[in-house]
Design a protein around this ligand. Structure first.
Ligand SMILES: Cc1ncc(COP(=O)(O)O)c(C=O)c1O
Length: 381
């Protein structure tokens, strides 16, 4: 079979081997400590599930408008106003099958062969592959641990060209947990405005932030607002990864074209899940409860890492600690060996474009974090 050039350029997931092997070990009855999870370990709260059950009973089971039900889009408009001081109207909102589909729709609508997309590294695994799938070119901008893996503005210009069409920002970030400040975002927005570059601002971890305020780059100026498409969703803040609801907000014309892409792929997001997402967005207290639990875990995890002598970037948001390896093994070999020897699953840094680092997820119980750190300490010593 002659596959397309664009699909041939896409890398298979570097985490697949780890996850598959972890499953095998678990099936043999061994206690696997899962530090590889990209989702909260909590159950979706009952108040959300109840709304979904009601939606089923009320037969909300048909296709919905492509871009989402009116009530949910209005709820999202309200969320942006109250959380981010951003004014949108419902025609500027698209609800999709997860934040990931929002990103996919955006790149299919906006980028093509010859366009360049700026991706700071370490990055979330899907960014470069989504860019390759629209035949555009990912331009990877390395960042340094001394700068908490945030863009170094002194050299940033050298990665930009006349072909640069989009900059991807992700704050709070996966995998580093970095959170951009007001002044850092302002400087990036200035560059984007001056050069007329679009910004994708992936704010999916907005609610999981430990102390700093979350700032949406779109809120910084009228020009930044025009150039930015904000991506968010309910997956992480409300423990709803499987419901698959994400949303995008931005320029009306871009949103309309993203909806066209969606209309010919998934038609609309799941009807029941949209009602569930509406219940979630109407409750701002729940993410606060999750947040305090995650903060406890983060503090515990970094204390233990310090004790066992692993250096890390203290995460300011999300639920991952990015850790530096002091090992002869590359990150994938390290992760596989750790899994075989100690039954601890982590994600190798190479998946995020950063060799010699691993990502530890603290979306696990305190008991599991304690046990996992004990095993990790034994493994490295
Ligand atoms: C940075 C980032 N963006 C987007 C997503 C996708 O979220 P969703 O489940 O809404 O598709 C993830 C999920 O891991 C993520 O880490």
């Amino acid at each position: 079979m002659n596959f397309t050039d664009r699909v041939k350029r896409v890398e298979p997931s570097a985490t697949f081997a780890i996850v598959a092997r972890a499953k095998e070990i678990k099936e043999k009855g061994e206690r696997v400590i899962n530090f590889a999870a990209g989702e909260p370990d909590f159950d979706t709260p009952d108040f959300i599930k109840k709304k979904a059950i009601t939606a089923i009973k009320e037969n909300r089971t048909k296709y919905t408008p492509v871009s989402g039900i009116k009530e949910l889009k209005e709820g999202i408009v309200h969320k942006f106003k109250s959380d981010n001081n951003l004014n949108y109207n419902p025609s500027q909102i698209l609800v999709s099958t997860g934040a990931k589909q929002c990103l996919y729709n955006f790149f299919q609508a906006v980028c093509q062969k010859g366009d360049e997309v700026i991706i700071p590294s370490p990055y979330w695994v899907s960014y470069p592959e989504i860019v390759k799938l629209c035949s555009a070119t990912p331009v990877i901008v390395p960042t340094q641990k001394d700068n908490n893996f945030k863009i170094d503005l002194s050299s940033f210009d050298s990665y930009l060209s006349a072909k640069t069409k989009v900059i991807i920002l992700n704050s709070p970030a996966n995998p580093s947990g970095a959170v951009y400040s007001f002044s850092e975002l302002n400087k990036i927005a200035d560059i984007a405005v001056k050069r007329h570059i679009n910004i994708i601002s992936d704010e999916i971890y907005e609610k999981l932030i430990y102390g700093k305020p979350h700032i949406s780059v779109a809120s910084l100026s009228a020009d930044a607002y025009k150039l930015t498409v904000v991506i968010n969703g309910v997956s992480k803040a409300y423990a709803m990864t499987g419901w698959r609801i994400g949303y995008a907000a931005g320029n009306k014309e871009i949103i309309a074209k993203m909806s066209v892409v969606q209309s010919h792929s998934t038609s609309c997001p799941n009807s029941i899940a949209q009602y569930a997402a509406l219940a979630a967005l109407n409750n701002n207290d729940y993410p606060q409860e999750i947040l305090s639990e995650f903060k406890k875990r983060r503090d515990y995890a970094v204390d233990r890492l310090r004790e066992i002598g692993i250096s890390y970037i203290k995460p300011e948001g999300a639920f991952y600690v990015f850790c530096e390896l002091n090992s002869k093994l590359d990150s994938k070999a390290f992760a596989l060996r750790l899994l075989e020897k100690e039954a601890v699953a982590v994600v190798p840094g190479v998946a995020f474009g950063k060799e010699n680092w691993i990502r530890i997820s603290f979306a696990a119980s305190l008991e599991d974090i304690e046990e996992g750190m004990k095993r990790l300490g034994r493994f490295i010593s």
